[in-house]
Design a protein around this ligand. Structure first.
Ligand SMILES: NC(=O)N[C@@H](CC(=O)O)C(=O)O
Ligand SMILES: [Zn+2]
Ligand SMILES: [Zn+2]
Length: 417
């Protein structure tokens, strides 16, 4: 007998209503005809999608837990419809040694309310080889923090690791950013304007960094993935070279004029772009994926002026509704939602039995009401972040339930953990 049957549900891209039977946390059976079980849940004609997967979050744990921690970040993920997140290594200490990685795994196992993977930082070849045993999602390189010489060594080392693991990059060119920042932070007319941040970390610095990343990866044969791709030219380079990349919601929806409205609240790396340079919702296709770059800071850190404020925007609890609203505005095909939020991240990062609604896959789902309207309210969010540029924005379309391994962990923004 099945543990649970979900009934009266719709599947994206399919007509009619379905039943999904769940047994031991797996999808045991799917059918159009009724399946009986002691425990039935009526989905009332809403859509059931594979649980969302975010390849790019910063939960600040360990070392920076006043901004977020693995408990609050994973609660925000569950509230946003995510069943799997991948956390970044820029913690304190950095997650770039075997011990730090192992300690973080143990900590996160005890605190996280959703499934997770960890990206590793980079370090000596020997250290990274040991970290491989702990199944890192990738090795992350912040290009803006490394000299060209160091980058060659890092790319070479990572390409020589067993199995050629994914090399994930933050692509901004250090020399261009440095030069522009020195000039602009001295410019009497521009230095106090938040929009100057987008001139300093220019579209050119991303495009140059992406082309440098591509030539390095060709030389060493790296298995490349590009974070928070924000420029159309950068996207064209990635596509031409068959390199995977992520979009954030803020780069898709906002241009740098939002600096005038929100100031340093929307300061993030890479920055919001001129509309002529930016990627758009219309650039989302069946190969795309969303990486929110959920990067909370304290309110005090966000309000330290153009050059000293901390860069980063929290996004886990708003991203799905923002893009469902685009679906309702006919700017985005609903059929792409499971691809960009679950199928493509699961495939790219080799997550076994995840990302799809198929028999024998994990029973990880998000239930979506395409018509649910509301207004984002940061006070109702589970993240520790006390700011969001989306706060007060209306949306149409939302997650109403998050299910992990057949267990309901969120219903109507209530968490059952
Ligand atoms: N994106 C950001 O602006 N900030 C990220 C770092 C990063 O992803 O580069 C953070 O960790 O705060
Ligand atoms: Zn980054
Ligand atoms: Zn990031």
């Amino acid at each position: 007998m099945f543990d649970l049957v979900l009934k009266n549900l719709k599947l994206v891209g399919e007509s009619g209503e379905f039943y999904i039977a769940i047994q031991d946390g797996k999808i045991a059976k799917m059918s159009k005809t009724p399946i009986s079980a002691d425990n039935e849940m009526d989905i009332k004609g809403q859509y059931v999608l594979p649980g969302l997967i975010d390849p790019h979050v910063h939960f600040r744990d360990p070392g920076l837990t006043y901004k977020e921690d693995f408990k609050t970040g994973s609660m925000a993920a569950a509230n946003g419809g995510f069943t799997f997140v991948m956390d970044m290594p820029n913690t304190l200490p950095k997650t770039n040694t075997y011990k730090a990685f192992k300690d973080k795994l143990e900590m996160a196992n005890s605190k996280s309310v959703v499934n997770f993977g960890l990206h590793s930082g980079h370090s000596s070849f020997e250290e990274m080889e040991r970290i491989l045993e702990l199944n890192p999602m990738s090795f992350k390189v912040f290009m803006d923090l490394e000299s060209d010489e160091r980058l060659r060594e890092i790319f070479k080392n990572i390409s020589n690791l067993d199995g050629n693991p994914i090399l994930t990059v933050h692509a901004e060119k250090q020399s261009i950013v440095r030069e522009n920042t020195e000039r602009l932070s001295e410019d009497l007319e521009l230095k106090d304007k938040p929009i100057s941040y987008s001139y300093a970390r220019s579209a050119e610095s991303e495009i140059e960094s992406i082309s440098q990343t591509i030539s390095l990866s060709k030389e060493f044969g790296n298995n490349l993935h590009i974070c928070h791709l924000s420029t159309k030219k950068g996207m064209e380079l990635a596509k031409e070279n068959n390199i995977s990349y992520e979009f954030t919601p803020h780069h898709l929806l906002f241009d740098n004029s939002y600096f005038d409205k929100f100031g340093t609240i929307v300061k993030t790396n890479p920055p919001l772009r001129e509309s002529k340079d930016k990627v758009n919702v219309s650039d989302i296709d069946s190969d795309s994926m969303i990486g929110t770059d959920h990067a909370p800071h304290s309110l005090e850190e966000k309000n330290k002026g153009v050059w000293d404020s901390s860069p980063g925007i929290p996004s886990l609890e708003t991203v799905l509704s923002l893009l469902l609203t685009e679906v309702n505005k006919s700017n985005l095909d609903f059929n792409l939602i499971p691809k960009i939020f679950a199928e493509n991240p699961a495939k790219r990062f080799n997550l076994k039995n995840k990302g799809f609604i198929k028999e024998n896959y994990d029973a990880d789902f998000v239930v979506v009401d395409l018509n649910k309207e509301g207004t984002f309210n940061i006070d109702e969010f589970y993240t520790k972040a006390e700011y969001s540029p989306f706060d007060g924005m209306d949306y149409q379309g939302a997650a109403t339930m998050t299910i992990i391994g057949g267990e309901v962990i969120m219903e109507d923004n209530e968490l059952f953990i």
